[in-house]
Design a protein around this ligand. Structure first.
Ligand SMILES: C[S@@+](CC[C@H](N)C(=O)[O-])C[C@H]1O[C@@H](n2cnc3c(N)ncnc32)[C@H](O)[C@@H]1O
Length: 237
């Protein structure tokens, strides 16, 4: 049967080391910065949710009233990914293992199958304290500029966005090869095109700044992780 876009089952252990390190560093930054009511745009199969549940628990144990109240809304077009998250949460909470302690659970979860281009149809302005759009999700969506604007409209405080970095085309194609994904490259823009994941763009610092012109937020942090991705933190004005 022909593989549908995005249907690939990922085995993180098979990823090149640099990519595993990128994911671990990104998760750490997100856990340090995340607060309040969180929206995860293009949440996939829930990479970040287990980590957030864990920090919600840690903050609860520290009795940090101001910081502890986290809630999570994940949206993705792929309903089966959301079913996957739901199953993982149920299984883990039933097991009551150390990462997902169900006895004092502090992470309410909402999952919605909607298109990232339509956030304003479902959410009101400034509804979320923290909005995430990770692992170059913005760089694979159609109309990324419109989605970025929509993200910042529904964000009250901060948005954390990661984007593919220009100059890393060799590493990025090695990653596709290591997963056995056929691809072609649009050399000028360093866009990788595959049936599995569609168009995956990469950005220079200037392009990120240009994309951010006219939005109601300013960039307060921007750093390169493993020379593969940018992580950008926007704060509302
Ligand atoms: C690169 S994956 C990233 C998954 C997750 N954010 C992470 O960091 O692990 C991109 C995700 O965006 C989702 N996606 C693609 N187009 C979308 C759209 N128009 N609206 C919402 N989600 C979309 C895909 O289904 C996929 O789960």
């Amino acid at each position: 049967m022909k593989q549908q876009p995005g249907e690939l089952k990922l085995n993180f252990e098979k990823f090149p080391k640099k990519f595993r390190e990128y994911l671990a560093k990104e998760e750490k930054l997100v856990c340090n910065w995340a607060k309040g009511n969180i929206l995860d745009v293009g949440c996939g199969t829930g990479r970040i949710i287990g980590k957030l549940e864990w920090i919600a628990q840690e903050r609860l144990e520290q009795n940090d009233e101001a910081e502890r109240a986290l809630s999570y809304t994940g949206i993705d077009v792929r309903r089966e990914y959301l079913d996957d998250i739901q199953k993982k949460i149920r299984d883990e909470r039933e097991k009551n293992n150390t990462r997902w302690k169900s006895d004092r659970l502090n992470l309410p979860v909402i999952l919605m199958s909607i298109d990232a281009r339509n956030l304003s149809r479902y959410f009101i302005n400034n509804q979320f304290d923290t909005t995430l759009c990770l692992w170059n999700t913005l760089g694979v969506l159609e109309e990324p500029d419109k989605v970025l604007k929509g993200i910042l409209d529904v964000t009250g405080e901060q948005a954390i966005i990661s984007l593919g970095k220009k100059g890393a085309i060799l590493d990025r194609t090695t990653y596709y090869k290591s997963l056995g994904i056929p691809y072609s490259i649009e050399e000028k823009t360093e866009t990788i095109i595959s049936e599995a994941w569609g168009k995956s763009r990469a950005y220079s610092l200037n392009e990120i700044e240009d994309m951010s012109i006219g939005i109601d937020a300013r960039i307060t942090n921007i750093e390169s992780i493993e020379n593969l991705y940018w992580i950008v933190r926007y704060e509302k004005r």
